[in-house]
Design a protein around this ligand. Structure first.
Ligand SMILES: NC(=O)c1ccc[n+]([C@@H]2O[C@H](COP(=O)([O-])OP(=O)(O)OC[C@H]3O[C@@H](n4cnc5c(N)ncnc54)[C@H](O)[C@@H]3O)[C@@H](O)[C@H]2O)c1
Ligand SMILES: [Zn+2]
Length: 367
């Protein structure tokens, strides 16, 4: 088991990572933190069916009462309507008890539950128990919570830090390959923005057209390595005000636009981010910031993970349209995280539209 501290003065917390630790260790952590005597668990039916017993067992052992609520298993649950329903439910449960929230699931549950915890009674404590690769390496850490509006993704939300991030990599064994790949896109991103050693590890382990290597990856190592990078970045720039946290958005400017243009159905988050990273690489190459070979190395790792390398059935025009609605678009200036070399990226504003279009065209298959 490994513990990483995310330093944020009086809002600091631990990220605990290990295999098979939920049953044996979670209760102690919750007791020591003294978050409350009643847990309001937000999850979905997929996770409830598989893992309710193990979580409820751990809470019972620690004499923590609980109520478990499920929401539909879909990005659509990240809505103000679902959040409202949960808050009313929470208010009913919160009688003569000291309640805290547990987000038990992937990034959708984590973002939604964190948001609910942030607004109920102007904020109650919550713990993130991520069950997907994406949640464990990324979304459960750093306190970005929120829901989607019809106008765009994550438009209503708050920075609200959890009291504990608890990542048991044993959960990842029941994920299907598509979900694992989606999380691996973020792992590849961490390698590119900050950790050449991590990128080398992925490059060394990956094999063409074969996916068995993915199952053999050391996820405890990957989750720890990514968790440490994110913790460091968040502790330096919690609210993305100093330009430092922005580098976590590598691949996300165009990635979010691809997700939205595909109506959140054609590509999941990681797949869209993989494509977004490739477009960002092409833009970097066109601007002379990086070498073609570096882009090729990235494309090879993405391809052997089984993530898409070409945009299918979405037109560059629709992607550009979505791009202009994204939060990362500041006033009339666009903002991209671009590549210099593996482990080094930089934020660049005002990329000419022609360059973005041409990079997109290179990565898009004809309709
Ligand atoms: N807050 C942040 O910093 C941040 C960062 C990145 C992404 N996100 C958000 O995260 C969301 C995507 O998260 P995600 O990729 O985890 O998707 P998700 O939460 O939809 O989970 C993916 C699927 O896996 C299932 N699942 C979860 N755990 C499982 C397990 N252990 N075994 C089997 N199935 C399991 C879920 O039920 C779901 O069907 C998006 O909404 C994105 O905006 C947030
Ligand atoms: Zn992401």
């Amino acid at each position: 088991m490994k513990t990483i501290k995310l330093n944020l003065q009086n809002r600091s917390y631990n990220i605990v990572i290990g295999k098979g630790i939920l049953k044996t260790r979670l209760g102690k952590f919750l007791q020591n933190l003294n978050l409350g005597n009643a847990a309001f668990i937000i999850t979905n039916n997929t996770i409830k069916t598989k893992y309710e017993k193990i979580l409820s067992g751990a809470l019972r052992l620690s004499h923590i009462g609980f109520k478990l609520i499920t929401v539909p298993d879909s990005e659509k649950s990240k809505s103000l309507e679902t959040a409202c329903g949960l808050i009313k439910n929470l208010a009913d449960y919160d009688k003569k008890r000291k309640v805290f929230v547990i987000a038990f699931g992937g990034g959708v549950i984590g973002d939604l539950a964190g948001f609910v915890a942030s607004i109920y009674k102007r904020g109650i404590p919550y713990a993130q128990i991520g069950t997907t690769v994406l949640a464990q390496v990324d979304s459960s850490i750093g306190g970005k919570t929120g829901v989607d509006l019809k106008q765009g993704k994550n438009l209503a939300g708050a920075f609200y830090q959890p009291k504990l991030v608890f990542s048991d990599v044993a959960f990842l064994e029941s994920l299907d390959l598509r979900q694992i790949r989606s999380g691996l896109a973020e792992v590849i991103k961490y390698g590119i923005i900050k950790d050449p050693g991590l990128f080398d590890y992925l490059e060394k382990e990956s094999h063409d057209c074969e996916t068995s290597w993915i199952k053999k990856l050391d996820f405890e190592f990957l989750v720890s390595r990514c968790g440490a990078i994110k913790a460091k970045i968040v502790s330096l720039d919690e609210k993305e005000e100093k330009g430092y946290r922005t580098i976590l958005n590598f691949g996300h400017t165009i990635g979010h636009a691809i997700e939205a243009a595909g109506n959140y159905k054609k590509y999941n988050h990681g797949e869209a981010i993989a494509l977004g990273m490739l477009v960002a690489c092409d833009i970097s190459e066109m601007l002379g910031l990086t070498h073609k070979n570096t882009c090729l190395r990235i494309e090879n790792v993405i391809a052997s993970t089984g993530l898409p390398t070409k945009i299918k059935k979405i037109s560059p025009r629709d992607i550009i349209k979505s791009h202009y609605l994204d939060k990362k678009f500041i006033g009339s200036r666009n903002r991209f995280v671009l590549l210099e070399k593996i482990g080094k990226v930089k934020v660049v504003e005002d990329i000419p539209l022609e360059i973005i279009k041409s990079a997109l065209a290179k990565k898009t298959l004809p309709l």
